[in-house]
Write a protein that binds this ligand. Structure first.
Ligand code: GLN
Length: 339
């Protein structure tokens, strides 16, 4: 089955929810407003897509929390889903009431909305990053999940992961446990959707004020919205690094390739005849001292055996890249992909 995916890469300004939501809608309009262009089957937006991510405390994020299906993020998802008659997935900070007296938990969630605007699935992040803990987020008690998603008459076994879910648990588990991808492999998942707020490989906790200033300057200029619809660009992540200079319009290859790496065992364990589609939708921009990686990417693991060349030590894996966006811009990646 052919699926048209539209992944929106956004650089939300923290707390400017309304403006961020409008920008996301405008970006999609750039491609799909003409009735001659086929609408997407699935739209995906980043982790905490329109609220921003780097909240400093529980008190800081409280005004932006939403119950499932009850806030501005959901409204945006419903607006997009009904407008384009498609499914929409987007991240938001969830307020989860635990009793009648108003106590609640906070989760880092992503809600999947149907073409008629109803909530199909709500996933809560299982592996937390320290920023999540800073704003009082709790781990999902349910762990990774899979569910059936019916799109265009076909049932796709699907899984959602949010950012850190792709990493070793708390960065402490052995790298080669590949917890999330192993779950996807063992549960025979066809479609893996991953909204993220992933940091740039050039960013470091040790950045000085001078580093922050230097990069902030690069972001003060406006970058054109990237409308990435050209399959000729598919391989950009895998092309050799010839030029190490930071360009906002080029992908953060290190980060993109790391995502591919973390999808093991989807490439070392064969799964003939079962293609597995992975969509990673990341945010971009700077937020306080943090710099995100953009590089929103679509890839598919095709299940043939991998092998390593004895001569060069290079590993060959059976997969396809379907494009990656720039690391420091906003825009949309649109691809038609066979599942
Ligand atoms: N490890 C991820 C990163 O470095 C985690 C960020 C997140 O969970 N938002 O960006």
């Amino acid at each position: 089955m052919r699926l048209r995916i539209a992944a929106v890469q956004l650089s939300p300004v923290i707390g400017q929810v309304e403006e961020n939501a409008r920008r996301a809608a405008r970006i999609l309009d750039k491609v799909f407003s003409s009735s001659r262009v086929k609408s997407p089957d699935l739209i995906i937006l980043p982790e905490l897509a329109i609220t921003g991510y780097n909240f400093q405390s529980r008190a800081h994020i409280i005004p932006y929390l939403e119950t499932i299906g009850g806030g501005r993020s959901y409204q945006l998802g419903r607006e997009l889903s009904t407008k384009y008659q498609c499914h929409t997935l987007l991240g938001y900070p969830e307020r989860y009431p635990i009793n009648e007296s108003g106590a609640f938990k906070i989760y880092n969630s992503a809600v999947l909305i149907s073409p008629t605007g109803s909530v199909i699935y709500n996933y809560r992040k299982s592996f937390l990053y320290e920023t999540d803990e800073q704003w009082g987020c709790e781990e999902s008690p349910d762990g990774f999940q899979s569910f059936d998603l019916n799109i265009n008459g076909r049932r796709l076994k699907s899984t959602i992961g949010i950012c850190m879910d792709l990493n070793p648990y708390k960065f402490k588990a052995p790298f080669d446990e590949y917890e999330f991808a192993t779950f996807c492999y063992e549960n025979d998942v066809d479609l893996v959707l991953v909204p993220t707020a992933w940091l740039n490989s050039k960013w470091s906790e040790d950045w000085t004020d001078t580093d922050v200033k230097e990069y902030s300057k690069l972001y003060s200029e406006e970058e054109p919205v990237e409308v990435n619809v050209d399959p000729a660009q598919n391989d950009i992540l895998m092309t050799p690094d010839t030029d190490e200079q930071f360009r906002r319009g080029s992908p953060d290859k290190k980060t993109g390739r790391y995502w591919v790496l973390r999808m093991n065992p989807l490439y070392t364990n064969p799964h003939p005849g079962k293609r597995k589609l992975v969509v990673i939708c990341n945010r971009s921009g700077m937020e306080d001292k943090m710099m995100y990686a953009g590089t929103t990417s679509i890839m598919r693991f095709d299940g043939g055996p991998s092998h390593t060349s004895e001569a060069t030590g290079e590993m060959f894996i059976d997969f396809n890249m379907y494009g990656s966006m720039g690391q420091g811009n906003e825009g949309v990646l649109v691809r038609d992909v066979d599942t």
